[in-house]
Design a binder for this molecule. Structure first.
Ligand code: PMP
Length: 376
């Protein structure tokens, strides 16, 4: 019996995605998790209370986001004016929203422009809708993208331009002017602000000027609730209505909604977390800059990308050696935008975790220096 012939177009254009580092991390709880740009601090007491407050209601279905105006109002208040509840829909993490934007707008033959390197999931889903990803290449090897690098690739087929801002994994920002000029092309523009709280340069205010601009945000990064799976989308009400037409109903659980209501109220706590992460990022950055063989990319997010070509040690070797020493990082070897094996990324954790990872990087470099002397 041939099942594959009976599958949908989407299945024939997809593969199972296995995020191996997350498996390694859950399987080895003692590892320091510096691979997924999560917050490594535990949730606050108030979050625990919020979860407990709904445990006796888990026999009930949640309210759908389209009718739950209270939670959309809370998000609008957190983001700031002129956002209102009508500008918002919600996803089971912003991953779901990336797919939802594609599902809402992409048709066979469409092209999606994506800077390269970028967050890998932007590349995974367009083929499911018959659309093609066109890689936008950086101007130089600094992974910065000029307005021109996008504009020159726009054709009649271009439906959507997608970029994370700050860029994951590089940590760079697109300028406000670039995003405005892209919006002026009247193509749909999706800006993923997953890490925006670490740079404080949100572009959500442009939504009132540009009805083709869509912004994604998440509670997974600065707010430290990746396990809850709660992302939100900001756009003009017409786009929100179209997205809601094809969004799965009840895609946000009773627990996720209760937690989000409480988390977004704690602005002081969020600000304090951001401050700590930025301090630890500055520390990690300056320690890495002191290693002359490293190329360190200035980051506006909660991670730092490092080029290690000049060390004579591959990114995969750094990954494996750090893993043996108890630190799980992310390496980019032969991946889209990184043809070599010479870049790795470290997420920003606690001050002790940052000191520890720096100590282990020095020990790896030292080991290599000793090995090179003994082979002379
Ligand atoms: N966008 C970017 C740029 C990311 O890096 C990530 C996760 N690493 C996501 C979206 C997914 O976030 P969420 O947990 O909200 O699904």
């Amino acid at each position: 019996m041939n099942i594959i012939d009976r599958t949908s177009y989407a299945v024939k254009h997809a593969e199972v995605y296995l995020p191996k580092e997350f498996h390694t991390a859950w399987d080895n709880p003692k590892l320091v998790r510096l691979m997924g740009n999560e917050l490594t601090f535990s949730p606050s007491q108030e979050i625990r209370q919020a979860i407990l407050s709904v445990t006796d209601k888990l026999n009930y279905y949640p309210e759908d986001i389209a009718t739950n105006e209270k939670i959309r109002e809370k998000i609008a208040e957190y983001v700031g004016k002129p956002m209102t509840s009508a500008n918002i829909t919600i996803g089971n993490g912003s991953i779901e929203l990336i797919d939802l934007v594609y599902k809402t707008f992409l048709c066979p033959g469409d092209e999606v422009l994506v800077p390269t390197p970028e967050y890998s999931l932007y590349f995974k889903y367009p083929p499911l809708y018959g659309a093609k990803v066109i890689d936008v290449l950086p101007d130089k090897d600094d992974f910065n993208y000029s307005t021109e690098s996008f504009l020159k690739l726009i054709t009649d087929k271009t439906k959507l331009i997608v970029a994370s801002n700050p860029n994951n994994p590089v940590g760079t920002l697109l300028s406000r002017d670039t995003v405005q000029r892209l919006c002026e092309t009247e193509k749909l523009i999706l800006i993923d602000e997953a890490y925006i709280e670490f740079s404080n340069t949100s572009l959500y205010d442009l939504i009132s000027t540009y009805p083709n601009l869509i912004i994604l945000r998440t509670l997974s990064k600065a707010i430290g609730l990746a396990g809850i799976r709660f992302g939100y989308c900001l756009a003009n009400p017409e786009i929100i209505e179209y997205m809601n037409r094809v969004r799965l109903i009840m895609n946000s659980s009773v627990i996720a909604q209760a937690v989000a209501m409480v988390a977004l109220n704690h602005r002081d706590y969020i600000q304090e977390t951001i401050k700590k992460i930025i301090e630890n990022r500055n520390y990690l950055n300056s320690e890495l800059q002191n290693i002359p063989e490293f190329k360190v990319y200035p980051s506006h997010a909660n991670y730092v990308l490092i080029g290690c070509a000049k060390t004579g040690i591959t990114a995969t070797e750094f990954f494996e050696k750090l893993l043996q020493r108890g630190y799980l990082i992310r390496r980019f070897a032969k991946s889209r935008g990184f043809p070599g094996d010479e870049h790795f990324r470290i997420s920003i954790g606690t001050s002790d975790e940052m000191k520890g990872v720096i100590r282990e990087i020095h020990s790896i470099l030292q080991e290599k220096a000793v090995a090179s002397i003994s082979t002379v």
